[in-house]
Design a protein. Structure first.
Length: 301
């Protein structure tokens, strides 16, 4: 029995965790943490897009990036979201490079703002000193042709890191997934995209909408499945697929208990009900499982 085993403590080798967090973005109390990697699985017409939009519009995203050939067909739903960039060619792996570039540009803009702010404060100190020497360059840095005056530096997000999400929809069977090197790298490093000079990064949350959890060609890669922090699962008649999901997402409970939770969420209710699994739920959440967004399922111990 493990309880009968003895241990011997070694001094000076305690683990000291870093101050940062994998989920550093504040979200409303009953919503999942950010950054996250979420997989939504459901057959056509199950309500994946509606469910995801309902979740995303409640999270504090400054804007979203969409990788999808069918964005225009979901225009009414997408009007509820702040989608700033759309990549429709899902057979072009360079979409991942473009996403990286967007986040790197955000990091560069934030770095520049903080550097300019230091210069501005230095200039203000000099302007308040009678004998300070001020160069033309220091004045030119902040002179505005519009106001004919000196203006402090500005930043689109007020000097904070923007909160960015990326939606991947209708990419199953595409080159993005059948030749997945770039998308796998994006998933692995999603929290570290757009690294900042002072440390930390902008990062992005990722959302994958697919009709099946696994596919012989162009399906969710093992990397995506392993990196997933949450799942939105709709009703499926594929028992093999459900068994695979229960094995990979069961976490602290047995696959058998997972199946009971799944049945409680999706069977006997509405046609568009789903199970939300949050593998990193907050301490105030009574469970990692929900029926839809608004009902926690208390799994048996």
């Amino acid at each position: 029995m493990a309880s009968s085993l003895k241990t011997l403590k070694v001094s000076g080798l305690d683990i000291k965790p870093g101050k940062g967090s994998a989920f550093a973005i504040q979200t409303p109390a009953n919503l999942p943490k950010l950054h996250q990697c979420c997989v939504a699985v459901g057959k056509r017409g199950s309500g994946k897009t509606t469910a995801l939009v309902s979740l995303l519009e409640k999270l504090p995203f400054d804007y979203l990036i969409a990788v999808s050939p069918t964005m225009r067909s979901n225009a009414d739903l997408m009007k509820r979201l702040k989608v700033e960039h759309v990549f429709e060619d899902v057979d072009d792996p360079s979409a991942c490079d473009s996403i990286r570039a967007i986040l790197e540009a955000e990091a560069e803009a934030l770095d520049k703002y903080h550097e300019d702010l230091k210069k501005w404060k230095k200039l203000q100190a000099k302007l308040g000193c009678t004998h300070a020497r001020i160069t033309d360059q220091e004045l030119d840095d902040f002179y505005s042709d519009r106001t004919m005056d000196l203006e402090p530096p500005t930043h689109r997000w007020g000097g904070r890191k923007p909160v960015v999400g990326v939606i991947f929809d209708d990419i199953q069977g595409s080159q993005l997934l059948s030749k997945p090197r770039k998308i796998n790298q994006l998933v692995i490093f999603h929290r570290h995209l757009g690294q900042l000079a002072a440390g930390g990064s902008i990062g992005a949350s990722l959302y994958f909408l697919v009709q099946s959890y696994k596919s012989s060609v162009g399906g969710l890669t093992k990397t995506i499945r392993n990196q997933a922090t949450s799942m939105i699962l709709f009703r499926t008649k594929n028992e093999k697929e459900l068994a695979e999901i229960s094995e990979e997402f069961s976490g602290e409970i047995t696959p058998a208990t997972f199946l009971k939770v799944y049945e409680r969420a999706v069977l006997g209710g509405g046609a568009h009900d789903f199970l939300l699994v949050d593998l990193h739920s907050k301490p105030n959440h009574p469970s990692s499982f929900r029926k839809n967004l608004n009902e926690f399922i208390l799994a048996p111990a």
